[in-house]
Design a protein around this ligand. Structure first.
Ligand SMILES: *Cc1c(COP(=O)(O)O)cnc(C)c1O
Length: 590
């Protein structure tokens, strides 16, 4: 477990003491110079809009003074902003952002493109397509413009997936229902809902479908209550609607999505987790069979790469194997979305497997590689892509699944997808800054490069090193296992403590660390409803009774690139341990 000194990443970050300040000043100045020059070089014949006498007037001066003062006020306020650039910040999924990202973001910002349409973003939309290609390549999808777009974050990217998976199923189901009601064809609810595009297209051409006539059979484009009743009639059962299969380690955007798309929370079927807090494949298989038995079509199956609470990676490849098998055996085509908002950038390890020996398990690499076989992916460049907010991304490998957000056009042609994005994005106006930041970072630091893989690997190592030392020096600290990536969760307990007592201790420790100026950590609460196996196994470490409904944990996210500096790592680890000991002496809970 040593870092690779041959690969330097330091030129890509400002540094906690602004070590790269002079170079950055020069680059920011060059962006400004370019901006000024751009204006001066176009429409040279036009008269100046602001005259010299105005520039020198008293009114001008007083208004500028107001702006200057208010700007100072803002800067003064920002002094109290959470310092997320320092390696002492191990709180949430945010840290130092990369220099190419800041420069790209800033350059695009000054030109103010709106990527909703090429008319207002001639260059912005081009950069978006190229930026998306860099991300498609990262996760192992074929690079092809228009098979994804940037969003304001992972939440909206997850909604993009639900929107499309819902509409895709609706195309298939409404066609089958139309054929049953008007052409007296056989109707099998579950089978029709997962018929696949090939079958769909062959039925459309075989029966010469008029979309205006079939619209009334659509749950999305018609009246969903009337269509539901019709399905109940045709199947002689009570149609209870479709479901989504989502693991218990999910981000809360999935509940929001379920609500927004009108499914009701009952439709969110939770896939149980194993002892490591990962999606349990056997349980998934059972739930798919149950959905079939109960005639509940499956909108999508979700797996998570890098869970928000603990950073673990679900067995994505095995989930896809299960779905491939259902396709082979039963001809059910089921949408698999990977929520890789946090862990998607860990795919850089798959491009540099030689670096991962002894640090990353083969199984984890296989899971990350499995993303390339899925139906759609959420990525958050504003997390492990080191891009400023707000920048998420939604990707699909198959264009039929991309532009499926309209009833009439089951899919647009490539040219249409490639043109204006507004018709197939949930958001309307969209910034190009995130795209430009991703583009510049991807083309310099690279997302599949040795440098980027090193950055990710170093974050794993920083986490592990911290965990080992903390565990060794503080016998009352119990890390949550397995801690396979760069998030460490731990609780505080005395031997024999019950879970509820340990929860109280951990919460008291969190309050104390948070009040102090030295480190920023976060907390998380895992509930037995989802994490029962993981919690029970955690409690056996201090052999107490598992008498609470939840496990309270302190959570540390090791994203900051400068933990790789041995001097910084050593100093901060020992300071943290000292601080934990000092707090422990003041926490009296029995
Ligand atoms: C952060 C996160 C999200 C939500 O992303 P936002 O960018 O905060 O909207 C979704 N899923 C997972 C797994 C995440 O970690």
């Amino acid at each position: 477990m040593t870092r690779n000194d041959d690969v330097s990443i330091e030129p890509f970050f400002l540094g906690p003491k602004s070590e790269n300040e002079y170079w950055v000043r020069e680059k920011i100045q060059s962006v400004l110079d370019h901006w000024f020059q751009w204006r001066k070089s176009l429409f040279i014949e036009d008269p100046p809009a602001i005259g010299q006498s105005q520039l020198e007037s008293g009114d001008y001066k007083s208004k500028r003074d107001t702006i200057t003062q208010t700007l100072s006020e803002l800067n003064e306020l920002l002094k109290a902003e959470t310092p997320k650039y320092t390696p002492r910040y191990i709180g949430h999924m945010v840290s130092e952002v990369s220099l190419p990202a800041i420069l790209g973001h800033f350059s695009a910002l000054l030109h103010n493109p709106n990527n909703t349409s090429k008319e207002v973003a001639r260059v912005g939309s081009l950069i978006e397509n190229q930026g998306i290609n860099l991300l498609l390549n990262l996760v192992g999808f074929e690079e092809k413009p228009g098979r994804g777009h940037f969003t304001s974050g992972g939440t909206v990217a997850n909604f993009e997936a639900i929107w499309r998976a819902r509409f895709r199923m609706d195309h298939w189901l409404s066609l089958a229902l139309f054929l049953k009601a008007e052409r007296h064809q056989d109707f099998d609810l579950f089978r029709s809902s997962h018929m696949g595009w090939d079958k769909y297209h062959s039925l459309v051409s075989q029966h010469g479908i008029d979309f205006e006539k079939s619209r009334k059979y659509s749950l999305a484009a018609g009246n969903p209550w009337r269509v539901s009743n019709l399905i109940s009639q045709e199947t002689s059962t009570d149609f209870e609607g479709p479901i989504m299969l989502i693991p218990g380690n999910k981000h809360f955007s999935w509940q929001k999505g379920c609500n927004l798309f009108g499914f009701g929370e009952e439709a969110l079927w939770s896939i149980p987790l194993d002892e490591q807090g990962k999606l349990d494949c056997a349980a998934l298989k059972t739930l798919i069979e149950k959905a079939h038995r109960e005639s509940r079509p499956i909108i999508m199956v979700v797996s998570v790469a890098g869970t928000t609470e603990t950073g673990e990676i679900d067995p994505i490849h095995k989930v896809q194997d299960i779905l491939d098998n259902f396709k082979k055996e039963n001809d059910w085509d089921i949408w698999h979305h990977v929520d890789a908002a946090y862990g998607g950038f860990m795919c850089s390890l798959c491009h540099n497997p030689q670096k991962t020996d002894g640090v990353v398990a083969k199984e984890q690499l296989s899971a990350l590689k499995g993303i390339s076989r899925s139906s759609s992916v959420t990525l958050d460049p504003h997390k492990l892509g080191y891009i400023p907010y707000s920048c998420g991304a939604f990707l699909v490998p198959n264009e039929q699944n991309y532009a499926v957000s309209k009833f009439k056009a089951p899919y647009l042609n490539q040219e249409e997808i490639d043109h204006d994005k507004w018709s197939c994005t949930i958001e309307g106006s969209r910034t190009a800054s995130g795209a430009a930041a991703t583009w510049l970072t991807g083309k310099t630091l690279g997302f599949t490069s040795e440098e980027f893989a090193q950055l990710i690997l170093d974050s794993f190592l920083a986490c592990r090193h911290f965990k080992e030392e903390l565990e060794k020096e503080c016998p009352f600290i119990y890390p949550l296992h397995p801690t396979e990536t760069n998030i460490l969760c731990f609780s505080m307990a005395e031997e024999g403590d019950t879970l509820s007592t340990s929860n109280k201790r951990t919460s008291a420790l969190f309050e104390r660390i948070s009040k102090g100026p030295n480190f920023a950590v976060s907390k998380t609460v895992l509930h037995k409803k989802d994490y029962v196996k993981m919690i029970d196994s955690h409690v056996t470490q201090f052999s107490g009774e598992s008498d609470d409904e939840y496990l309270y944990l302190i959570r540390c996210v090791f994203m900051n690139p400068f933990w790789r500096n041995p001097e910084i790592g050593k100093k901060l680890r020992s300071e943290f341990i000292k601080e934990v000991w000092a707090h422990k002496k003041e926490i009296h809970i029995s």
